[in-house]
Design a protein around this ligand. Sequence first.
Ligand code: SAH
Length: 389
Amino acid sequence: MKNIAIRKSKLAALNSKHPWIFSGAILTDTSAYEDGELVRCVDPFENFLAIGHFQPGSIAVRVLSFEDIPINQDFWNKRINNAVEMRRKQGLISEDNQICRLVHGEGDNLPGLIIDYYNGVAILQAHAVGMFLSAEYIVEALKAALGDELKAVYSKCKETLPNRVDVENEYLFGEVAVPHIAKENGIPFSINWISGQKTGFFIDQRNNRKLLANYCKDKKVLNTFCYSGGFSLYALKAGASQVDSLDSSQKAIELVEENVSLNKLEDKHNTIVADAVKYVHNLETDYDVIVLDPPAFAKHRDKRHKAIKAYTRLNANAIRQIKPGGIIFTFSCSQVVDKFLFNKAVIAAAIQCGRNVRILEQLHQPSDHPVNAFHPEGEYLKGLVIQVD
Ligand code: SAH
């Protein structure tokens, strides 16, 4: 394994146990290093600091361990088992909850690795070549941690590692036909990891969907940016008088329809294919409850200002249009827009509309998307439940 020497002036940063080492901290010439190879980080006197995956670019090393341990099958087994046991304790591998994020990258001390789990099927998404190259170990570790419960492992890295490695999306173990049914809080969903967005389902909204149910009895609900209809299903089950699911993607709408009919809840459900921003701006119906769950408006810091404006505009339109006493579930999954900035954007929207708005709940990502205390960047999902008086 090759060494990488860290500049003396950057050693203090390593003490904070942040799992990323930036290229500016590196003394060694790494031009001949391979993307994804394991490296030992050392101080200028060759003392061990950390071990991790090298990658060319701004984040040069993603740290696997700050202890000098071998990165062998035993290492992978321990890390993955740890992650699986944590979800078991959270009740997320159970009869009623068959959908969870098994591994959340840095939050599970496995930087660059995402594994989502749908009733026996693990979908692996590597955001670092080192993780992609470790897939064989990861599959063995999943088998060891889940035993017979594990039916298949599907690698879906083509989208997450574009132009980085020669990669096809494929089963690494077993094979399960899609769509596959898995339950969230007892509600069955049809999931297709092959043709769906991300790994097939937005797992991070589980708790927020459950909370939405409390507000929906006999209410008229608009679920914008609905994807496969997670929020819609909870609203319908809770006895909403009408649920309109809106997405700009026809394919997403087909998924909602599939999930609504799987649950035999077609009666009170409508779908709309449209641009949510325009639709909410020109809203003609009086809704009691509106869900706003857009994709990340800013993926990079330089787009943050524009994103905040876009959140304000979207929320202002919903606040302006909703019935008196109406409830808005509003979210941002842009990592670069933190919860304080997002709250400000929503408050600015309320001020623009001249309506009284009260914040009832502050929402965030669930416990199967843990945030490593030394990697605050892992916090990305935030939301508010507001009442418009
Ligand atoms: N709320 C969903 C997840 C939302 S993901 C859930 O609980 O599963 C974001 C969705 O927004 C995607 O389905 C995407 O197709 C849709 N989308 C992106 N831009 C849009 C736009 N301008 N108008 C409407 N939908 C949009």
